[in-house]
Design a binder for this molecule. Structure first.
Ligand code: ATP
Length: 309
């Protein structure tokens, strides 16, 4: 797939000398969904704002569809839609006019069919004549997305799209993102909800202290770094792990009826067969066995804490 967004050695010093981006480089392929994860203050918003031309880079180069965001700003910006973190809308304006105005800002001709399509997709059509101030917070977020899509961008940035929204709207958001992906839109989103990144992204980038710690295909990241756990559920409760099993790194759950064994998926031998054998030898009866892969959240926490060390 071709690269639609290219970021090369991007640095940002804020007034006062604080370095919020320390030489970030990243290529994003057309049509992919990239989730940017990072703790508060990591530099996610600064990165997005710089690419979108809201913040000027101190050095480095960014191109969108081959257009340089500084020397060819208009063409680059045309290709980008931004759904900002904060809701900033004109309270007395009507929904339809708000979205139509955004399209006009980019020099696009009025297209009522297109407006209807966008508003329907976001379940805003019935509200098209409502004033913004009459809408719920969730509806306002939908308006922000509609505004960002009004000029038909090829790359959409979503800065914390689900911060503070309820479960239902969050699910709707992800349906919208999936639909946009099907339509070929490239999506870069920041989130604190790691399980969402895990569910929706093709690639995950982890940013901390202004540096991109890694960008990797989600599946390979999880396979590479993941540990698996096997839970051995027992028929009877036990107070302590039997001595016969002391050679294994086992944990006993709070209820005393499950042994948790963590192993590396890449180890030559997992030790599971021997463990199950020895559990039986120790006189314990298995009720059930289940395995689980460590989540992106655990991977993320270990990466960021390694970085801080
Ligand atoms: N205008 C500014 N002037 C000075 N420092 C700033 C400015 N904007 C952001 N910063 C600092 O730059 C760093 C990165 O901020 P940024 O908003 O990009 O982080 P973030 O990863 O988006 O965080 P969050 O998850 O909290 O939104 C922070 O330390 C922040 O305080």
């Amino acid at each position: 797939m071709s690269t639609i967004l290219s970021i090369e050695n991007l640095r940002k010093f804020y007034d006062g000398g604080f370095e919020a981006l320390k030489g970030v480089s990243l290529d994003i392929a057309e049509g992919e969904i990239l989730a940017l994860l990072g703790p508060n203050g990591a530099g996610k918003t600064t990165l997005i704002s710089t690419v979108c031309g809201i913040t000027t880079p101190s050095s480095g180069r960014v191109t969108v569809g081959g257009h340089d965001i500084q020397s060819d700003f208009r063409a680059a910006r045309q290709m980008i839609g931004l759904v900002p973190q904060e809701i900033a809308l004109e309270p007395f304006e009507k929904v339809m006019n708000t979205v139509r105005f955004s399209r006009g800002l980019f020099g696009h001709r009025r297209d009522d069919a297109r407006m209807e399509e966008i508003l329907r997709k976001l379940s805003l059509w019935e509200k098209r004549n409502a004033a913004i101030r009459e809408l719920s917070g969730g509806m306002k977020r939908r308006v922000l997305i509609a505004k960002a899509l009004a000029h038909e961008p090829r790359v959409l940035f979503l800065d914390e799209p689900t911060a503070g929204v309820d479960v239902e709207l969050r699910k709707d958001m992800w349906d919208i993102v999936a639909e946009l992906k099907r339509a070929g839109v490239t999506i870069i989103l920041t989130t604190h909800y790691i399980e969402e990144a895990e569910a929706i992204a093709d690639r995950v980038g982890v940013i901390n202290n202004g540096e991109l710690l890694l960008v990797q295909d989600k599946a390979s990241l999880m396979a590479q770094m993941g540990q698996k756990q096997i839970e051995v559920m027992l028929v009877e409760r036990i107070d302590a792990i039997p001595d016969a099993l002391s050679s294994y790194e086992l944990a006993l759950n709070g209820a005393g009826d499950s042994l948790i064994y963590t192993y590396d998926v890449h180890g030559e031998r997992t030790g599971i067969t021997a463990l199950l054998n020895d559990v039986a030898q120790a006189g314990l009866t298995l009720r059930d066995v289940s395995t689980r892969q460590s989540s992106l959240e655990e991977i993320f926490v270990s990466l960021v804490s390694e970085d801080a060390a």
